[in-house]
Design a protein around this ligand. Structure first.
Ligand code: PEP
Ligand code: MG
Length: 588
C-alpha cells in the first residue's frame, strides 16, 4: 500500500468469469526470478548436484503440502494440477537433463533448470498430448519454484492474499489460482494475459470468482491498494473510480448480489408463467468445469455446449478418446438431464492453433462451423464418433451449427449415420438414437425453417449470428456495434417465422444466443413461443423470476405493441419502458 494511488483508469479485457466486484488491488509479483549464470570449477560439480537434489526434494514437499491443503477443501480436484507438477519434478526429462548439464557443461543448477525448461516447452509444443502441451505455463511454474528454492527464496509467500482483494497479476498459473481461491475469498481476478479458454479463467468460473483476463498492461499500471471495480461479464476494469462511477457500480453490485441471492431461493422452482406456460431454462457452457455453477443456478439441462473450445489454444486437435471423455463427463454430471452438444463451430473468430496463419478475407462469411466440418471430414468424423460413444452415458441432443440449407443438414446427418454404422460394426457401445437438431443462425435457415423441420428434430436459434447476418453487421466490429439490435423488427419477424415453423411441425424450439439470457427480452421471447431458453448460468434466476411473474397474455400484449412500431429505436424504447414499468430495474 506504499505506492501513490493512481488517477482514474479504465481497462477493457476479456470477461472470463461473470460477476461484479469491488476491492483493493493486491498486485502479485509473479515476474520471473533473475537466474544467476555461473561456470563451475571441477570440484564444484558434486556440491552443485547435491544442491539440486535438495531443491528437488524441497519443491516436492512443498507441492505435496499444497496439494493436501487443496484436497481438504476442493471438490473440483484442482489438486491434480499440483500432482502433475510433482510428477514433473521426478521426470527424467527434467532431472537427468539438469544433471547432465551440470556435469557436462559445468553450469550452475539454476541456469541448467532454465535451459531444460526452455527445451521442454519447445518439445511440448510439438507433441500431440494435450496434457503437457496445454501446460507450458506449468513448466515455467515448476522451474520457477526450483530456481527460487535453489536461491533460498520464499516460494509461496505471494499467495498470502488478503481477503476481499482484487488480485492483479501479469499471469496466474491454474495452480496459483486454485491454491489462492481455496485459501481466501478473493473479490476478483485481473490478469494481463489469457483468454476465455485459459485454465485460470476456468478455475475462476468454477469458483464463481469474477475475473477479467487479457487486460493488457493492467498489472503494470495498477498500484497495490488502488480501488478496483471489476465487471467480469463485460470485461471492464475501473481503477480508482470517481464518486459517481462508484455509486453506479455499487448499484450494479447490489443488483447482482440480489440476483444471486434469488438464485439460491428459486433454483428448484420451475420457470412457469402465472397461467401455466412452462419454459425450460438451460445453461450454456464451454467447459465441464462450469457444471457446478450451472446446476447451482437451477439449469434444467445444457442448451449449448460449445465444443470448439476443446480445440482452441492448441496445435493439434484432441483425439477421439479425449473428446469422448470430455463429452461423457458432461453427460454423466447432468444425470439424465438433456445435454445439447453442438458440433464444432471452428472458423470465423474461433481459429484453432494450427490455422492461425490462414486468414480469410471475410471470416464471418467464410469456412466456419458446419462448412468447416464438411470440408475437414476426418476431424468431423472423429468428433461424431466420440459423441456417439458418449451418448451411452446420458441424455444427449446433438446439433449442427450454421446450417444454411437442407443439403448441409443431410450431409451432416449422413456422416453421423456412417459413423454410427462403423462403430456398430466394431461392436462399440453407443446409446440409443438421440435427437439431432440444428442451430438456426442464418437468415437462409430461418426462411426455410418450414422445410428444415422435416429433417431436424429441434431448432435452437443462435441470435448472436442470426442478428449479425440479418442486419449485415459484423459482430466483432466495434464501428457498427450500434446497429446490433435484437429488437429490430426484421429480427422479431424472423424469430416469429422460425417459431411458427417449429410449432407447425411440433418440434421443440430453443434459443441459445445471448438474447435468451438478457432479462429485457424475456417477455418478447415468451410471447414468441420459445420452449427453451439457454444462457450463462448466472442469468437463469433473473429470467426465471420474470417468467414466474407474468402471464403469456401479458407478454403477448407487449409483443403486439412492439411489433406495431417500426424503427428499432422505437421498439427498444417501448420494450425497455414496459419492462421497467413491470420489473423496475431489470430493464437497465
Ligand atoms: C449464436 O450465434 O447465437 C450462438 C449461440 O453461437 P456462437 O455465439 O457460439 O456463435
Ligand atoms: Mg453462432
Amino acid at each position: 500500500m506504499s505506492t501513490q494511488a493512481n488517477p482514474t483508469l479504465t481497462f477493457k479485457g476479456i470477461g472470463a468469469s461473470p460477476g461484479v466486484a469491488l476491492g483493493h488491488a493486491y498486485v502479485l509479483d509473479r515476474r520471473r526470478v533473475r537466474t544467476p549464470k555461473l561456470r563451475l570449477a571441477d570440484e564444484e560439480v558434486e556440491p552443485e548436484l547435491m544442491r539440486m537434489k535438495t531443491a528437488l526434494e524441497l519443491s516436492d514437499r512443498q507441492l505435496a503440502e499444497l496439494k493436501d491443503q487443496i484436497a481438504q477443501h476442493d471438490a473440483h480436484d484442482h489438486g491434480l494440477i499440483l500432482e502433475a507438477h510433482r510428477l514433473m519434478l521426478h521426470d527424467p526429462m527434467l532431472v537427468d537433463e539438469v544433471r547432465k548439464l551440470i556435469e557436462r557443461d559445468r553450469i550452475n543448477a539454476e541456469w541448467a533448470v532454465r535451459r531444460v525448461a526452455r527445451k521442454l516447452k519447445h518439445m511440448f509444443d510439438n507433441i500431440p498430448d494435450e496434457y503437457f502441451r496445454e501446460r507450458r505455463a506449468d513448466v515455467d511454474y515448476v522451474a520457477d519454484r526450483l530456481v527460487r528454492n535453489l536461491m533460498g527464496q520464499v516460494v509461496d509467500e505471494e499467495l498470502e492474499v488478503p481477503p476481499d482483494a482484487i488480485v492483479v497479476a501479469h499471469d496466474l498459473s491454474p495452480a496459483d489460482a486454485a491454491v489462492m481461491l481455496r485459501k481466501v475469498k478473493v473479490a476478483g481476478i485481473v490478469t494481463d494475459v489469457g483468454g476465455q479458454t485459459s485454465h485460470t479463467a476456468i478455475v475462476a468460473r468454477a469458483r464463481e470468482t469474477p475475473a477479467v483476463v487479457g487486460a493488457g498492461r493492467a498489472s503494470e499500471q495498477i498500484n497495490p491498494g488502488d480501488l478496483v471495480a471489476l465487471d467480469g461479464r463485460r470485461g471492464l476494469i475501473l481503477v480508482n473510480p470517481s464518486e459517481e462511477q462508484l455509486a453506479r457500480f455499487r448499484e450494479s453490485m447490489r443488483r447482482f448480489q440480489e440476483t444471486e441471492a434469488a438464485a439460491l431461493r428459486t433454483w428448484d422452482l420451475p420457470a412457469v408463467t402465472t397461467d401455466g406456460v412452462r419454459v425450460h431454462l438451460n445453461g450454456n457452457i464451454e467447459f465441464a468445469e462450469e457444471l457446478p455453477s450451472v446446476l447451482a443456478h437451477g439449469a434444467e439441462g445444457i442448451g449449448l455446449y460449445r465444443t470448439e473450445f476443446l480445440f482452441l489454444d492448441r496445435q493439434t486437435p484432441p483425439s477421439e478418446d479425449e473428446q469422448y471423455r470430455a463429452y461423457r463427463q458432461v453427460l454423466e454430471a447432468m444425470e439424465g438431464r438433456p445435454v445439447t452438444i453442438r458440433t464444432l463451430d471452428l472458423g470465423g473468430d474461433k481459429v484453432p492453433g494450427t490455422r492461425k496463419h490462414e486468414k480469410e478475407p471475410n471470416p464471418a462469411m467464410g469456412l466456419r462451423a458446419i462448412r468447416y466440418c464438411l470440408a475437414h471430414r476426418e476431424l468431423f468424423r472423429t468428433q461424431l464418433r466420440a459423441l456417439l460413444r458418449a451418448s451411452a452415458h446420458g441424455n444427449l441432443r446433438l446439433m449442427f451449427p450454421l446450417i444454411s440449407g437442407l443439403s448441409e443438414l443431410r450431409e451432416a446427418r449422413s456422416e453421423l449415420e456412417a459413423c454410427r454404422s462403423e462403430l456398430g460394426r466394431h461392436g462399440v457401445p453407443m446409446g440409443r438414437r438421440f435427437p439431432v437438431g440444428i442451430m438456426v443462425e442464418t437468415p437462409s435457415a430461418a426462411w426455410i425453417a418450414d422445410r428444415l423441420v422435416a429433417e431436424a428434430d429441434f431448432f435452437s436459434v443462435g441470435t448472436n449470428d442470426l442478428i449479425q447476418y440479418s442486419l449485415a453487421i459484423d459482430r466483432q466490429n466495434r464501428e457498427v456495434a450500434y446497429l446490433y439490435k435484437p429488437l429490430h423488427l426484421s429480427v422479431l419477424r424472423t424469430l416469429q417465422h422460425v417459431v411458427n415453423a417449429a410449432k407447425g411441425a411440433n418440434i421443440p424450439v430453443a434459443m441459445c444466443g445471448e438474447m435468451a439470457g438478457d432479462p429485457v427480452y424475456t417477455l418478447v421471447l415468451l410471447a414468441l413461443g420459445f420452449d427453451e431458453l439457454s444462457m450463462t448460468a448466472m442469468q437463469i434466476p433473473e429470467v426465471k423470476r420474470i417468467i414466474r411473474a407474468v402471464s403469456r397474455d401479458d407478454a403477448r400484449a407487449l409483443l403486439e405493441g412492439a411489433m406495431g412500431l417500426t424503427t428499432a429505436e422505437e421498439i427498444e424504447r417501448f420494450v425497455h419502458a414496459e419492462m421497467e414499468r413491470r420489473f423496475l430495474e431489470e430493464a437497465e
